[in-house]
Design a protein around this ligand. Structure first.
Ligand SMILES: O=C(CO)[C@@H](O)[C@H](O)COP(=O)(O)O
Ligand SMILES: [Fe+2]
Length: 214
């Protein structure tokens, strides 16, 4: 599986150093959580953080937009250096337009679903995305417990992918550690985001190796 450390749990006063640490440890993506205080009850990073880190890292930037009306932000995050832009199904009545805008900006489109959204709601969109992100916690905070009841969605997405011949990656985000990642992998997930498991440890590289070993 690809590993995408989430900088939400990094030491923000030493963000550049913490990004280098996971880059050198073999991380595949860098997961950047963008929160607007409306769609989720928290604030995090803006375009300036993406732009500054872009100058320092060759990792694929996986930008998870937890903002209302993500259409207003797609071009700005694309210009700042995002490689993959994730938009929540629940964040806009015009999700198809948002996904199209990501492609028009030359980036990979990711569709994200909250725990309360079923796969049935997004089947008409699956041919239009490079990545689907199944939230395995309620979005907004790091360090929450994994919701095992989300596993069936990963299985459903993996089945549809095989049946229809789609190539989307299946990403999981929230409460991922060296135990829960195994369940996700078995269900068909191909990318795992991990924040607190990686960064709430004095040696993030050891944590990444543990995840990669699964
Ligand atoms: O999108 C989010 C939270 O809303 C995540 O990307 C978190 O950053 C994951 O943190 P952990 O659950 O791995 O600590
Ligand atoms: Fe995230």
């Amino acid at each position: 599986m690809k590993i995408a450390p989430s900088i939400l749990s990094a030491d923000i006063a030493n963000l550049g150093r913490d990004v280098k640490r996971v880059e050198q440890a073999g991380a595949d993506y860098l997961h950047i959580d963008v929160m607007d205080g409306n769609f989720v009850p928290n604030l995090s990073f803006g375009t300036n953080v993406v732009r500054q880190l872009r100058g320092q890292s060759y990792l694929t930037f996986d930008v998870h937009l937890m903002v209302e009306h993500p259409e207003s932000w797609i071009d700005e995050f694309a210009a700042a250096g995002a490689d993959i832009i994730g938009v929540h199904y629940e964040a806009t009545p015009h999700i198809h337009r948002a996904l199209r805008m990501i492609h028009e900006a030359g980036k990979k489109a990711e569709l994200v679903i909250c725990p309360g959204t079923s796969v049935a709601m997004i089947t008409d969109l699956l041919s239009d995305v490079e990545q689907v992100l199944v939230m395995t916690v309620d979005p907004g905070f790091g360090g929450q417990h994994f919701l095992p009841s989300m596993i069936h969605k990963i299985k459903q997405l993996a089945e549809i992918k095989a049946q229809q011949g789609f190539a989307y990656e299946i990403e999981v985000d929230g409460g991922i550690n060296d135990q829960t990642i195994a369940q996700c992998k078995q269900a068909g997930a191909t990318i795992a985001v991990a924040g607190s498991f990686v960064y709430n440890h004095e040696t993030p590289a050891i944590q990444i190796q543990k995840l990669k070993a699964v």
